[in-house]
Design a protein around this ligand. Sequence first.
Ligand code: NAP
Length: 295
Amino acid sequence: VIKTKTKLYGVIGDPIDHSLSPLLHNWFFETFKIDAAYMAFRVKREQLGLCMEGMKAFGIGGLNVTSPHKESITLLVDEKSPEVSTLMAANTIKNDGEKLSAYVTDPLGFIESLGDERDRFAGASVVLFGAGGAAKSVAYALSKLSVHKLVVVNRSAGRAVALAHAARQVFGIPTVETVTMDDKLLRDALSQASIVINTTPLGMRPSENSSILNDFSSLSKRHFVYDLIYNPSITVLLSKAKAMGAVTQNGLDMLIFQGLESLRIWMGDRYEIDSESLNQLRKLLMRESGNYEHD
Ligand code: NAP
């Protein structure tokens, strides 16, 4: 029940219609018995400044920020976490009543989503598809996981080179290379790697028949293949990789854990989800996104 003291939180982006964040965060509020409500707001680029003023005026406790505002929001806050300053992107804003502070929870969300698979990363060689915002967060997380080698594969070479440069010079990954999608070197990179991560939207509904890879023969049971997409829950990449014996994971737990980290920042409390509740939450989110077959 919404009362006078109920605190408001939300997500801003454009478009925002398909966001699962309201379901996720209202589930958190109910589960952890927090007197708060969470809404989705479509905010146009030119109204972002006004939105931040409104956040202060209305006393909105916190906002998640999604495309296309993740970068521009960093210019409109009073304080930035060290990760935000490094990545120049934010997905979480906290309003403490006096100032707005920006945080980015995607890297930690990625790391926490790995569970026991985390042990695979130290010293590993990783092929990363994509060089956009999500790829940057994942590359930063990979540096924290002490991977040894990163191969960035992206459609446009300029963005791949920029991410590779940041991964080596700023994040400190020891060996970083770029290869192009049609490069024969890609096959070698895939064979030599033990981890493959897709951060592009290729394979996402409604284009669920597409995939970032066409030739899956380099994949084997030695590989861990992670797709940031969660809709569908099993992308073409994941199903083909699984058929080659690889261990696979989709992006649903990253969504959950980046959200949980936002909650921890807003409330200043270390909430944890037990495995039974996590399964319930996964089902709820999958049902909402149209993945009825997931269990
Ligand atoms: P972004 O900044 O727009 O970057 C998109 C990347 O995908 C770019 O590298 C782009 O290549 C590449 N790409 C796009 N369309 C392509 C195509 N048709 N063929 C080849 N490459 C293509 O987007 P983002 O914020 O990084 O998000 C990317 C994906 O990650 C989205 O699907 C998003 O839903 C997902 N994501 C999931 C989570 C999670 O919690 N699970 C969190 C964040 C993001 P160019 O550089 O050549 O344009």
